[in-house]
Design a binder for this molecule. Structure first.
Ligand code: SF4
Ligand code: SF4
Length: 315
């Protein structure tokens, strides 16, 4: 694998925004072994927490807002900047670095102040993952085909990082487990799939501004999304069972996972949510009424035109 292959086809997902020349051109599996350890005793401690772009996933935002005990809108305003995800037009956020030293707002000389709730990108480092999942392959019913998945791992080795000189050896699998990457991957999976779908459809396929705003709102502010579910006509439109309603009302993680499902349906037409029969009937009635009005309008215009011609003939 060349670095070009990696950069063009399998851009590292949620790694810190790495310099491509730091990526070792070697394709690794979960069983591959690496020698690495990061701890407060290393000379470079916290050197990697500055001058970087850290994209936040919905689960990252949820965990950080809980940790800081502030509402999402306050967190977004204070700690993030808007960005686009994976070179698409899908809006997202990244951590806003401090103006004075260009470092992460959560880093101190003693280390990361949100360590147990640090974002996915920080957990990945220095093991990146490339995912060739096409995200757009679907069957005739619009359901995604599972076959297009292909992942591998690679090492990001930056000169300033002395963790590679440490004596600890692990498999990639052990490292990911230790860093809590597995749990994050599970939580991020469906959201990431949305972004990859957008990427594979290409920008030729239009996505309305309203759809992008919905994606941003659901991905960054769950309180806002919850209000949308419970205070709009949403529950009158979709058939959602009582147990699901109860779960999404009371559990943020359930609500987040539900939002991914809703976004897949509304943005990409995945048939995973059922619209109520009466809503479909109302819609059909509305379309029919519009069609009838338009036919009547055409008849009126035709008659006016004929009357005008008659007038001209007899003049
Ligand atoms: S969140 Fe923590 S680990 Fe991640 S860059 Fe900031 S200080 Fe470093
Ligand atoms: S060892 Fe690497 S990952 Fe750990 S603090 Fe140093 S630069 Fe960061």
């Amino acid at each position: 694998m060349s670095q070009d292959d990696l950069n063009v086809k399998g851009k590292p997902l949620f790694g810190k925004d790495n310099n491509p020349s730091s990526i070792l051109p070697q394709k690794l599996t979960l069983k591959s072994r690496i020698k690495f350890r990061c701890h407060p005793g290393v000379r470079c401690f916290t050197a990697c927490c500055g001058g970087i772009k850290i994209i936040l996933t919905p689960y990252d935002i949820l965990q950080l807002t809980r940790r800081l005990n502030i509402p999402a809108h306050e967190f977004l305003q204070q700690y993030t900047l808007p960005t686009y995800l994976e070179k698409t037009d899908m809006p997202g956020v990244m951590i806003k670095l401090r103006e004075d030293d260009n470092k992460c707002p959560f880093v101190t000389p003693q280390g990361c102040t949100v360590y147990t709730d640090r974002p996915t990108a920080c957990r990945y480092y220095p093991v990146g993952m490339a995912d060739f999942h096409e995200g757009g392959s679907r069957d005739e019913k619009g359901q995604e085909l599972p076959s297009a998945e292909d992942k591998f791992f690679f090492i990001v080795k930056e000169d300033h990082c002395k963790g590679f000189e440490e004596d600890k050896e692990w498999t990639i699998e052990e490292w990911r487990k230790d860093q809590g990457v597995d749990v994050r991957d599970e939580m991020n999976k469906e959201w990431l799939r949305l972004v990859m779908r957008r990427k594979s459809f290409g920008l030729q396929a239009t996505l309305s501004e309203q759809a992008k705003r919905m994606f941003f709102m659901a991905s960054t502010d769950l309180s806002h999304f919850r209000r949308f579910i419970f205070e709009s006509s949403f529950l009158n439109t979709y058939e959602i069972d009582a147990e699901t309603i109860d779960r999404i009302r009371n559990d943020d993680v359930e609500l987040m996972l539900f939002s991914f499902k809703y976004l897949a349906s509304t943005l990409f037409g995945v048939q995973n949510m059922k619209i109520r029969e009466e809503k479909i009937r109302e819609k059909v009635k509305e379309i029919k009424k519009r069609q009838d009005e338009s036919v009547l309008q055409s008849i009126r215009e035709y008659e006016e035109m004929m009357a005008e011609r008659e007038k001209q003939k007899s003049a």
